[in-house]
Design a protein around this ligand. Structure first.
Ligand SMILES: *Cc1c(COP(=O)(O)O)cnc(C)c1O
Length: 488
């Protein structure tokens, strides 16, 4: 399988690259992204073949049909990372919350958010590729709380890769901060930045653009890659769990093989939803993908109105911070798939220059064939958390945005899968508040929720409060470059 570019080719980059090249150097011509030239079919024969398969067997077979240029034994060890999830036989369990609705829990990995689903195997593969080529890579991450811990966890002690992770000091939950600052390995650097997530991300972009930083990397023979969802190496693993969730619905007798379902995806950078879109396009029987957001509802406007307008918006901090995003990177891959490279380049350049773009009526309709969208504010989310807690199911605030989408966007009475992207333990103060007990911090909130509901705190979260803090640096934005150079 070869990979092509969403904004066309500039004559300097190769016209197409292999999977390994696309993941080692994820930026394409004109600032575009890499996408697969075609998608292998997820047809009835493929689904029936995997009715009783282990998750890893399904994954291996899917990656095989994709024809990625990674040795099979490397892929196998990468997939073995799922053995460390709560249930090695089923890393993504489904919980029924309504007769026709199940929650697919993507958070049973080491850092308790769905980022582990892709980053766990991806980290092993990237490091292995770097070793095979005798190259060294730096991964820089600015995080609002979930990407950072998952990136550090997957790369810790992996040869030929270093990770530098910037987080906004005071802008994450206690659990998220502890997951980063207690991560002890010589190839990891974690820096708290005084400011909010926007400041942190901006600082990272400045650093990546600065000439002396680039020169320093070159002098040290260090190449830059990325571990966010602009990297297709993450997206490919995010197609697999949509197939798994469909098969689970068949196994549970919720649908017969071939019947359609709805998927509800709480979205930010649209990587999770893109995986669902590719699965649907390849043949998975999905009626529509329902996109849920918080009040940073730019994706709702994109899908409902065909407008993407940053000019009259400011990022608003919410209780679902992983979705506090205005520039959603993977919508570009959807638009490429539907409208082609020339139009995608035009739309993305309009966004960069004018802060907005508007789709034609026909383009908007094409988008609405696959997607519908809605959003919930914090109060609505807290109400849903409380309502489902009454019924015995505890969900995190990101997952809670899905309930309105499930209740209002379905045009047909088809069974539905909601994706749960984080465990409640990462956002326990919000959950405690929703249940009527505003807590001082994570320790008190975790304790109160476990005492008043049927859930427990997993050992890796409990252990965080005992682990020594190894990364103590919190600096002003201006001091980051110096910190980075000393780390390298
Ligand atoms: C990253 C994240 C999301 C958003 O996922 P995208 O693939 O970026 O759309 C949603 N919820 C949680 C908890 C996350 O960590």
């Amino acid at each position: 399988m070869q990979f092509i570019e969403t904004r066309g080719n500039d004559g300097k980059n190769p016209a197409s690259v292999s999977f390994s090249e696309a993941i080692l150097s994820p930026s394409a011509s004109f600032g575009g992204l890499y996408v697969p030239q075609s998608l292998p079919a997820i047809d009835r024969a493929f689904l029936e073949k995997h009715m009783t398969s282990h998750y890893k067997t399904l994954a291996m077979d899917y990656l095989d049909t994709f024809g990625i240029d990674i040795d099979k034994d490397v892929v196998q060890v990468a997939l073995d990372r799922y053995d460390a999830f709560d249930d090695p036989k089923n890393p993504v369990p489904l919980s029924e919350i309504e007769e026709d609705c199940c929650v697919a829990e993507l958070y049973h990995g080491p850092t308790r958010a769905f980022k582990d689903m892709a980053l766990q195997p991806f980290g092993y593969i990237l490091s292995k590729l770097a070793q095979q080529r005798d190259e060294n890579y730096l991964i820089m991450a600015a995080t609002s709380g979930d990407t950072g811990p998952a990136t550090l966890e997957t790369f810790k002690n992996q040869p030929n890769v270093k990770v530098a992770c910037l987080y906004p000091d005071g802008g994450t939950s206690d659990v998220q901060r502890l997951q980063m600052v207690t991560e002890d390995a010589p190839n990891l650097k974690v820096i708290g930045v005084k400011g909010n997530f926007d400041d942190t991300q901006h600082t990272l972009k400045e650093l990546l653009a600065s000439a002396d930083f680039k020169a320093e990397l070159e002098a040290k023979h260090i190449k830059l890659s990325a571990a966010n969802s602009v990297n297709f190496g993450r997206i490919i693993f995010q197609i697999i769990y949509h197939i798994h969730s469909y098969l689970e619905m068949v196994r549970r007798g919720k649908i017969a093989m071939g019947e359609k379902i709805y998927l509800v995806v709480p979205s930010g950078n649209f990587g999770n939803a893109l995986g669902g879109y590719y699965a649907k396009k390849a043949g998975l029987p999905v009626e529509k993908i329902l996109i849920s957001s918080n009040i940073n509802n730019i994706l709702t406007d994109w899908i409902e109105k065909g407008e993407y307008d940053l000019t009259n918006r400011e990022l608003i901090m919410t209780e679902s911070p992983a979705m506090d995003i205005l520039k959603s990177s993977n919508i570009e891959r959807i638009m490429f798939d539907k409208f082609g490279a020339a139009r995608t380049k035009e739309l993305m350049e309009s966004l960069a220059q004018n802060g907005k773009f508007i789709l034609s009526e026909a383009e908007k309709q094409s988008l609405q064939e696959d997607f519908s969208a809605s959003y919930s504010d914090d109060t609505e989310c807290e109400n849903e958390i409380a309502r489902y807690a009454q019924k015995g199911y505890i969900m995190d605030p990101h997952t809670a945005t899905c309930i309105k989408a499930y209740e209002t966007l379905r045009e047909k009475p088809l069974p539905t899968v909601i994706y749960s992207t984080a465990e409640w333990t990462k956002f326990s103060p919000t959950v405690a508040k929703a249940l009527g007990h505003p807590a001082e911090g994570d320790v008190e909130a975790l304790k109160w929720v476990t005492e008043h509901t049927n859930v427990t705190v997993p050992p890796m979260i409990d252990a965080l409060f005992e682990k020594p803090i190894v990364h103590t640096i919190v600096v002003e934005k201006e001091a980051i470059k110096g910190e980075m150079l000393s780390f390298l």
